[in-house]
Each structure stands twice: as C-alpha cells, then as structure tokens.
Design a protein around this ligand. Structure first.
Ligand SMILES: NC(=O)c1ccc[n+]([C@@H]2O[C@H](COP(=O)([O-])OP(=O)(O)OC[C@H]3O[C@@H](n4cnc5c(N)ncnc54)[C@H](OP(=O)(O)O)[C@@H]3O)[C@@H](O)[C@H]2O)c1
Length: 318
C-alpha cells in the first residue's frame, strides 16, 4: 500500500511517499481503508521528536529514531476487516475515529482499536469526518468531563478559530447560550456563525479589559499564549481556567481547583455523542484546506504556519 513514511525526526522534508506492507489488525482492531485523515498538533510532536511533558513524549515518539514510521491519528474510512474480538463493527461499515497511542493513518490502510472508533456521521463527507476525532474530542473532554459545563454558565473560548477552538465554540453552545469567542479579525464571522454570542477580536481588544467575568475560560490555543495568572481576575468565584496545554499547569492544577488541564480522550462514547450532534445540525467541521496524501509535507508546512480557520485535511483516495 501507499504510505507517507519518515525514518528520522525533522522538518516536513523527512516525509516520503513509499510502498509498505498493509497492516494486519490485532484482535481488538479494525483494518480501515482510509478515505481521509487530518493534521494535528500531535503529528508535529511525533515528526520532530521534540520533548514535551518533561520528556515523557519521547517514550511514545522514540529517542533517537521514530518508533512509528507513519504519522496520522484521525481517520475516516471503510472497514475492510475486523479482529476476532471486535463486536461493534463489521466489514463495509463507514467509520471515523483516531489511532492511538501510535499514529499510522497517513496511508491507504490503517488499524484502529474499536474503542476509538464509531460509525461516521451520515451527513458528513469523509474529509469533514476526518477533521473531528482528535480536536472535537479534546474540546468535549475539556468542557464536559473536566469542567462539566452547564446551562446558564458564561464561557470564554480563547482561540476560537483553530481545530480545537471551532469545535469548542459549538460544543459550548450545546450546553449554554452565553459563549464568548476570542479570535483574530478574519475569523470573526466564522465564530459568529458557529454560535458565539459575543466575539472579541484579540488584535483590537483585550478580553481582560472589558469588565466581564466568566465561569469557564477555555484555552484552546495552548503554547503559553494565556495563563491562569492572566485570567484569574476574570473568573467568577467558582470559575475555572481549563487549558489544552497540560505541560504548563501539570503541577499547578494539583494545588489550585480553579486550574485544569488534561489529555483529550477519543472514545466510541464521545464519537457517538458528536455524531448525534452533527446529524442534528448542531456541530459541523470547518475545513480550511485539503491536500492529497502525496502532499502531506506541504500540509504539515501549512499547519505549522498557524492561524488556521478550522482543520487541514488529507484526502487519501485522490
Ligand atoms: N490536551 C490535548 O489532548 C490536546 C489535543 C489536541 C490539541 N492540543 C493542543 O491544542 C492547541 C490547539 O491545537 P489546534 O490543532 O486547534 O491548533 P490550530 O488549529 O493551529 O489553532 C490554534 C489557533 O490559535 C489561535 N491563536 C494563535 N495565536 C494566538 C494568540 N496569540 N491569541 C489568540 N489566539 C491565537 C489561532 O487563531 P487566530 O488565527 O485567530 O490567531 C489558531 O487558529 C495546541 O496547542 C495543541 O497542542 C491539545
């Protein structure tokens, strides 16, 4: 099968198109004919081999050489065969989900655990569905599992325009109408269309200067752009700052109940919940650009420029 392979850590130049063996599913896995996959922050960590979480990520990515030679976590495609312990899926099912802990979806076929897959939303293309798993489940884990967002709460989504952020605005809106989105100028209309009641253009206005307090401030940017110390005076008495950046608050959150972080969890339960919302027209994918598999290196360069509107997707069938 065709796959994009990397044998050393480095820039997108390390990604090469090769013919490799088709994978064989373990007993709990599905062999999936990949129609589309998408680019995530985790792919950058695996490709560069950079140390995150105090070096713990090296256990997954490899120390001197990559442990996995094919990148790609998100997948949307068709089940080709199933391992003998798989009960929820059968050959021919159209599924979406995510690989983990090892990547491997930047290929014509990949294997994923049935625990990380669900039937694809019927009203989405494979490209739209492949945008969902990692980033939408990260937004859902943060807002629902970590801070239990409730009706009536005021929520600010910082970084409302990227992969995690576009889903976070829509997921927050499922639970409360008081959603404020923070993004740059050319993403304002998009944030409004996704359901934000208020949109703040961070290039013109500082949300900490408008006198508003929030029950939840969700940092969907990470990369140390904001912090609890910046946000603490703009939280209500029981307000919580929740961030996608686990590294910066790993120890602080133990001592302070107003700070939370986490790793996103892609489970069948979360994907089924998202499918229901997607099919009800309450959540959609914003796909900024689609690349064919052969141009994965260009897709990584595009992702790394930042300031995306939604997701970068890879069409594997093209
Ligand atoms: N904890 C987890 O399990 C987990 C899982 C997935 C991702 N992540 C993390 O989540 C973060 C977002 O990932 P992503 O794939 O959604 O990234 P992305 O698509 O690149 O989105 C990041 C967004 O941040 C905004 N931004 C950049 N600089 C900003 C600034 N100074 N102020 C406000 N907004 C700014 C950009 O919007 P504008 O164009 O409007 O500036 C951009 O759209 C990353 O740090 C990633 O590592 C964590």
């Amino acid at each position: 099968m065709k796959a994009i392979v990397y044998e050393e850590f480095g820039s997108p130049d390390v990604l090469e198109l090769k013919e490799v063996e088709k994978p064989i599913p373990e007993s709990n896995e599905l062999l999936v004919k990949v129609h589309a996959t998408s680019v995530n922050a985790l792919d950058m960590i695996f490709r560069t081999g950079e140390k995150k979480l105090f070096g713990l990520t090296k256990l997954m990515t490899g120390f001197k050489k990559p442990k996995a030679n094919i990148l790609g976590f998100d997948v949307s495609g068709e089940v080709e065969s199933v391992g003998k312990k798989v009960t929820k899926f059968k050959k021919g099912d159209l599924i979406y989900g995510a690989k983990g802990p090892k990547p491997g979806a930047n290929a014509e076929y990949c294997c994923i655990s049935e625990e990380h897959a669900a039937i694809k939303p019927s009203n989405m293309t494979h490209e739209e569905a492949a945008a969902v798993p990692d980033t939408a489940c990260t937004a859902l884990t943060g807002l629902k599992e970590k801070v239990n967002i409730k009706e009536g709460q005021s929520v600010l989504i910082y970084g409302a325009s990227g992969g995690v952020g576009t889903y976070a605005v829509q997921i927050a809106r499922l639970f409360t109408s008081d959603v404020t989105a923070v993004c740059s100028t050319d993403k304002i209309n998009n944030a409004q269309a996704l359901g934000a009641k208020t949109v703040i253009d961070y290039t013109k206005e500082d949300f900490t200067q408008n006198g508003q307090l929030y029950d939840i401030i969700f940092d969907a940017v990470g990369r140390r752009k904001i912090s609890y110390s910046i946000c603490k005076n703009y939280l209500t008495e029981n307000g919580i700052f929740v961030t996608v950046d686990l590294e910066t608050v790993l120890f602080k959150q133990i001592r302070n109940k107003h700070i939370k972080s986490y790793l996103g969890n892609v489970s069948t339960e979360s994907l089924d919940f998202l499918k229901e919302q997607i099919e009800a027209g309450k959540i959609k994918s914003i796909v900024e650009k689609v690349f064919p598999l052969e141009q994965l290196a260009d897709a990584h360069r595009y992702y790394e420029k930042g300031h995306l509107k939604g997701k970068v997707v890879i069409n594997v069938l093209e």
